[in-house]
Design a protein around this ligand. Structure first.
Ligand code: SIN
Length: 508
């Protein structure tokens, strides 16, 4: 499929792109932002952007849509999401091709991302009949005490380039069944993916008579657009995925108006390999987690904490495995590592490797690959043997750099795993059930995700996704994450003829 065929099949060829408020598309009054393919640096499109007045128009329209959508029964809201999941199934390949083109993911991972959208839609459809509240035993005679969950209001979604379609879907599928429209500010590095998702959803909205038009809005743009969303009183919840700096700023603005924010920020994910680990399994998991998506997942493995007795053998095998991985155009069969998103990412990788050397690290790999490559930022993934407390190890560099450090006893390994500011994902490879349980216990990993004998990345949608500390504390996707998208009302109903007060208080 050519670039223009992809855009045409996704409904993007004939629309002005920049701002979409339901079925109304415009280029927006903000500056045009070119979007490039990281594969070869080619300009894919020049996409417009929103001014703050247009962000306001989108949030007003979403609020109007909310007033109608909240009255539609939740299972009927689920029907919209079910129909959307069918459209996604029909467009899995072409939407995956756009993800590859716009952010450089290899085909399998790009289509996997669309599959994740389908999965979360299916999850949300089931959820639309299960937004349960509790009935609580009242201490008063002839009283019923219960909780109801009601729609919250329009949800602002700010997403990053690395998951340009799935993260929106994690939020949107849940928000829609919970009764909330969505106003989306995608990464300005991946606006085409956002408008493609919007067009696909809009095709379903247009043919569903219960659905108001502005259930979905997209406002492209940079920091100012994100700040306008964060400041908008029309958005009781803002869900933001990206850097810690971005999350801190959005979180403060939202908190300033006493809104809710759901933050999924940086990770500095570690994997512990113990002497009883199955090393074949560990090797595969480490490789996928460290170099998959060219090291640009929030859950990418960044720190490998290995027992000193097996470090040399494991690092040796890892280097050999890295040497055989095919790097190049992600559209090509057999390629496992595509380009970094842009030149800035390559510069940051070079800078971190320089810092690592200056802090006593020994670097293997990490070179820029030019020969035989298209003109994107292609790099060899790096393995860096370094002290666990070197400052560079404690920051997240969004690139395929794996820091390797050793440990002697189990408690020390857990302490090293927990010593960084971020707390997203973690894993242990061990054959010892006690170590596995201790790692998952209250005194084990302090992350939102703690895995045993699988890597740090590649989460399933059924679990709640997110992390602690600088990762922001938010949870998206499965389990009971839906509760963030609703408001809880506690109802006490007196069906008697007296007015007993709680705690036995007499007031007469
Ligand atoms: C992410 O890392 O951002 C997505 C989830 C995952 O791959 O585990």
């Amino acid at each position: 499929m050519t670039h223009s065929q992809i855009l045409r099949r996704l409904g993007l060829a004939d629309q002005p792109l920049g701002v979409a408020i339901g079925s109304r598309y415009s280029v927006g009054d903000g500056p045009a932002i070119p979007t490039y393919s990281p594969i070869d640096g080619a300009v894919l499109a020049s996409v417009g952007s929103a001014r703050s007045t247009e962000v306001d128009s989108a949030t007003y329209a979403a609020r109007d849509a909310f007033h109608r959508w909240r009255m539609v029964p939740a299972p009927a809201r689920g029907e919209l999401v079910r129909r959307f999941s069918l459209v996604l199934r029909d467009h899995k390949e072409v939407l995956g091709a756009l993800v590859t083109l716009e952010v450089g993911k290899i085909r399998a991972e790009a289509e996997g991302e669309v599959q994740e959208m389908i999965d979360v839609c299916d999850f949300a459809v089931g959820l639309s009949r299960q937004l349960y509240g509790k009935t609580i035993q009242s201490e008063r005679p002839d009283h019923r005490l219960m909780e109801q969950w009601h729609p919250l209001g329009p949800v602002g979604v700010i997403s990053a380039f690395n998951f340009p379609v799935a993260v929106w879907a994690w939020n949107a599928a849940l928000a829609l069944v919970c009764g909330d429209p969505v106003v989306w500010k995608p990464s300005e590095k991946a606006p085409l993916c956002a408008f493609a998702c919007h067009c696909l959803l809009q095709s379903v909205v247009a043919s569903y008579d219960l659905a108001p038009d502005a259930l979905s809005c997209v406002v492209n743009g940079g920091r100012e657009v994100g700040q306008s969303l964060a400041a908008s009183h029309d958005l009781p919840l803002v869900s933001a995925t990206g850097s810690v700096a971005m999350g801190r700023s959005v979180g403060q603005v939202v908190a300033g108006r006493l809104g809710r924010s759901l933050l999924e920020l940086g990770g500095n994910n570690a994997l512990i390999v113990t002497p009883t680990a199955d090393l074949d399994l560990a090797l595969k998991a480490i490789t996928f987690a460290a170099v998959g998506t060219t090291g640009q997942r929030c859950t990418t493995l960044r720190r490998l904490i290995v027992h000193y007795s097996i470090k040399d053998a494991l690092v040796d095998r890892l280097k050999r495995s890295y040497d055989t991985i095919k790097i190049g155009d992600p559209q090509e069969e057999g390629v496992l590592i595509g380009p970094l998103i842009d030149e800035d990412a390559a510069v940051m990788m070079v800078h971190s490797l320089k810092e690592a050397r200056a802090q006593g690290g020994t670097v293997y790999g990490g070179e820029r690959l030019v020969e035989g490559m298209p003109s994107g930022a292609y790099v060899h993934p790096a393995i860096v043997e370094i002290r666990h407390d070197a400052p560079v190890v404690h920051k997240e560099t969004f690139a395929p750099i794996l820091y390797v450090m050793t440990y002697d006893d189990f408690e020390e390994a857990v302490a090293v795993q927990n010593e960084v500011p971020q707390g997203l994902s973690s894993a242990i490879f061990t054959g010892d059930v006690c170590e596995a349980e201790r790692f998952c216990s209250a005194s084990g990993s302090d992350c939102g995700i703690a895995n045993v004998n699988i890597g740090t990345s590649g989460a399933e949608i059924g679990g709640a996704f997110g992390g602690e500390k600088d990762t922001g504390g938010g949870r998206e996707s499965g389990s009971d994450s839906w509760k963030s998208y609703m408001r809880r009302a506690t109802n006490t109903i007196n069906y008697g003829h007296a007015l007993p007060l709680a705690q036995g208080i007499q007031f007469e």
